[in-house]
Structures are given as structure tokens and as C-alpha cells.
Write a protein that binds this ligand. Sequence first.
Ligand SMILES: Nc1ncnc2c1ncn2[C@@H]1O[C@H](COP(=O)(O)OP(=O)(O)OP(=O)(O)O)[C@@H](O)[C@H]1O
Ligand SMILES: [Mg+2]
Length: 199
Amino acid sequence: TKARSADEYREVLASNTEELERLSRMVSDMLFLAQADHAMTIPTREPIDLASETQAVLDFYEALASEKHLALSLAGTGSMSGNRLMLRRALSNLLSNAIRHTPEGGAIKVVLSSAEHAVQISVSNTGAPIPAELHARLFDRFYRVDASRERMGQGAGLGLAITDSIVRAHGGEIKLFSEGDMTKFTLIFPQLDKALAAS
Ligand SMILES: Nc1ncnc2c1ncn2[C@@H]1O[C@H](COP(=O)(O)OP(=O)(O)OP(=O)(O)O)[C@@H](O)[C@H]1O
Ligand SMILES: [Mg+2]
């Protein structure tokens, strides 16, 4: 109804684009979960070198992390059989959460370790812990702590539900430890080949 400057239009378009990206991500997340409900299976399995896969995901987040002066680190090695894209998505969800919730100047550590019949990937970050009474609901779809206080344009609360379904599709589980000034999510994947070889 009123003529506006090119700059004003540019700003409105940019914010529309941002909102569209958020909505399209939410739709694709919801589709992913709907599919996971039907078939908790993995499209294709392949051998995965966890150190190089994790490093690739970390590289992607490096710029965001350095904006907040967060130290990202990776330790340990491990390998597993699984779906590479799903694993990346699971890690990526944990890292994006960690980056969002770690206070400026904090640290995010990814540690890989192999136990007898399982391989573990833990992602920990510094910062205030998540109250224990909320831990069980955190993995529910659309659940977000402090949703009312957070601004529009943030996540939909699907990331952990997706990570959980990816881990379960691999026969694994996810554990949460959050106390003191540290929050740690651990993905535990059974080593199918080793478990079979031993039986
Ligand atoms: N590392 C963390 N530290 C503190 N709180 C966390 C951390 N990871 C997750 N949370 C809490 O768990 C809630 C659910 O996380 P989840 O990843 O499922 O959703 P989201 O990040 O809000 O949205 P989305 O992942 O869909 O963008 C978050 O809203 C946040 O309150
Ligand atoms: Mg998230």
C-alpha cells in the first residue's frame, strides 16, 4: 500500500527467506520422524570412521562456534557400521544444541571411545545444567525448555527426537548427564560385527 525503499524491501525479503528456511527445515524434520515411525530401519549401512566423520561435522560448525568464542575439540577414535548421513544428522543436532546453549567463551568436546561391544560418541558442553526433572521430556517431539521465553525463529524442538530415533534405528541408545557446569549427551551404538563374532 505504500512505496518503500529498496533497502526496506531487501530487509523484509531477507527475513522472509529466513522464516521460509526455518519452516522448510521443520517440515523436513517432521517428514523424517514420520518415516522413522513406520520403518525404524536404516537405508544403507557402511563402515564409518568416526573421527573423520565427526571432524567433518565440526568443521561445518567452526564458524558459528568461533563467533561465540567457543572451543571445539575432538578426542579418541572409533569405527562402526551404520548410515553415514543419519549419523551426521544425529551429531549435527547435538552440536547445534551445544553451540546454542554454551555460554560465550565455553567449550564443546566430542569424545569417541570403544568399549567391548559398543562404540560411544559423547558431546559435552559447559554451561548451566538442564534440571533433572526435564531430562525425560527433552527427547519428546516439539519439547523445548523455556519455549515461551525464547524468541521466534529458534528451533522447533525436533532435534533431539530425531537424534534419538536415528540412534534407535541403529540399535543403540542415548544417555544424558547434566550436572554442575556440564551437559553431556552420549550416543551408544552396539558393535554388531563384534557382538556376532563373539557369540
Ligand atoms: N546442550 C544443551 N544444553 C542445554 N539445553 C539443551 C541442550 N540441548 C538441548 N537442550 C534443551 O532441550 C530442548 C530440546 O532440544 P531439541 O534439539 O530437541 O530442540 P531445539 O533445539 O529447541 O529445536 P530444533 O532442534 O528442532 O532446532 C532445547 O529446546 C533446549 O531447551
Ligand atoms: Mg536442537
